[in-house]
Design a protein around this ligand. Sequence first.
Ligand SMILES: [Zn+2]
Length: 382
Amino acid sequence: MRKDNKEKILYYIFVNKKATRNELTKFLNISKMGVSKLVTNLIERKLIFEDEVVEKNSVGKKERYLKINREIIKNILTIYFGLDKVVLSLMDVDGNEKKGFNLLVEENISILKATKKIIRDILSENEVMLISIGMNGIVDSEKGIAKISTYYHWKNINLKEIFEEEFGISVFLENGVNMIAYSQIEEHQNESFAILNIENGVGSTIVRYDREKNQINLETKEIGHIPFDFSENSLICVCGNKGCVETIMANWRIEEKIKKNYGLDLTYEEILKKANKNEKMFRKEIMDMITPLSSLILWLDILGGVEKIIITGKITYLEDFFWKELRRVIKNNLLIKEKEIEIIKREYSENIILKGALRYGIDNFINSKYFKSIMKESEKVE
Ligand SMILES: [Zn+2]
């Protein structure tokens, strides 16, 4: 979508919470005079205002930070379509929850219908500027389509269209791993990092920070489908190929392997617990993941050029024995020996996804119908 410069200024100030005219000049790559004119216009329209003085050593005209007029900012409704429940959280843009709802996924209810009812109730009592949704499975975020969601038996459901038609406000949709990436942006500001999520699939998102433009780019990689096991008895992957990394590392594959090798019906968590307690055969099976996992990380290093890998999923419940060995293998096999890859563990939880959904909503603020309406409204004042 093409944005005019006024919209870009509002975007920058809103996402960064405040900005100086100098930053805006760099961001837009236009003259100082040009920025000044646009800023004046936005101040007159009461969309932004000048707040505290910027601390500076040099003497000169005092500059003030520009901020968004909070009166034009409403709440964001974040939703996570998780595995066993749908979680809804109404938040202000600072991340304070105003209201929260859980909807358990049960066989006999229509998730879509039940979710709509909760949304309707929330909207009837609160001012919401947009809805931001995170979900598992394959998502077309541009069109807002849940392409495949095995848990809900959904195929090509256009959530964006359905909700926008029903509620008249803008809806944005992203997959869970990308939402985790969004949740980490503030903490790892100005850095490039990769999220590596290991659950019932293995997914990755590379987050790159563009210093010049002060912009964040996300690249989703189907890293779980890198061929790894070329042996004759390699397993068939959900993608149809044989021996993908996912066939060795996905949580349910570990459960399957324990069942096949030892006849034991254990959940992934139970297996991890036993490995943590140093029960020999479980530890051995878990340690078998070191090779595929370090391969993925080394691939991400060479092709992705990231300094940090954030690993998410239940695998993070594993204790130090696992991570020490992983770090050792990576260190020994890095192409550039002086380089260090930091490995960070994060839980794959609804809270972290909702936090990401909030940030995703903020990033999409200027693409919303709500934004267009306040722009139009303020033009009248002009
Ligand atoms: Zn595959």
